[in-house]
Design a protein around this ligand. Sequence first.
Ligand SMILES: Cc1cn([C@H]2C[C@H](O)[C@@H](COP(=O)(O)OP(=O)(O)OP(=O)(O)O)O2)c(=O)[nH]c1=O
Length: 195
Amino acid sequence: MEQLILASASPRRTELLTSIGVSFDVQPADIDETPGPDETAYDYVERLAREKAEAVALSNPHQLVMGSDTSVVLEGEILGKPATQAEARSMLTRLSGNTHQVMTAVALVGKGQCQSVVSVTNVTFRQLEAGEIDAYIATGEPMDKAGGYGIQGLGGIFVTDLQGSYSAVVGLPLQETAALLAQAGHPVWRNWSRR
Ligand SMILES: Cc1cn([C@H]2C[C@H](O)[C@@H](COP(=O)(O)OP(=O)(O)OP(=O)(O)O)O2)c(=O)[nH]c1=O
């Protein structure tokens, strides 16, 4: 198959895509991530995933390129990666005791075409104590993650319920990603070997 390029700087996405037996190159995309004035969170993550893939496809026209975006959405509001510790504190305080959505889009660009999917997962946090929020921020874990937490790390102790795709919360919905690749004529299982 044509070489697949993952247009992402996220170490979680590299790990997740590797875990389903796909081989690929990594080429992060640098795009403007400002939401449009009336853009819904759903449309926003889909557009960003597509624009990341398209940006990298420009210089790799004969390759398949995958882009993805994850946003945490609370009452319709997009919470991206916190820029400061104060912003992380404010996000975690708002997520405390509430249910939010994690929206992760994946887009696959090849031969001038783009296919995309959006996965929506409901995640519920218990009430968080102010002291534990501060201790969590001091670990550094929130800073490169949408919504200011990592479910796969220390942040896992905040989660009381999850409805949807765990892998999508970490950064890439595995079922949907494999389905996109299969649709493009590259079922992931063709590369599987004994392990
Ligand atoms: C909610 C949540 C997000 N995240 C991460 C996944 C993504 O890496 C990040 C969301 O930011 P993104 O902007 O989607 O991705 P990124 O900037 O890390 O990488 P790129 O745009 O180059 O693909 O948050 C977790 O690792 N665990 C979680 O529980």
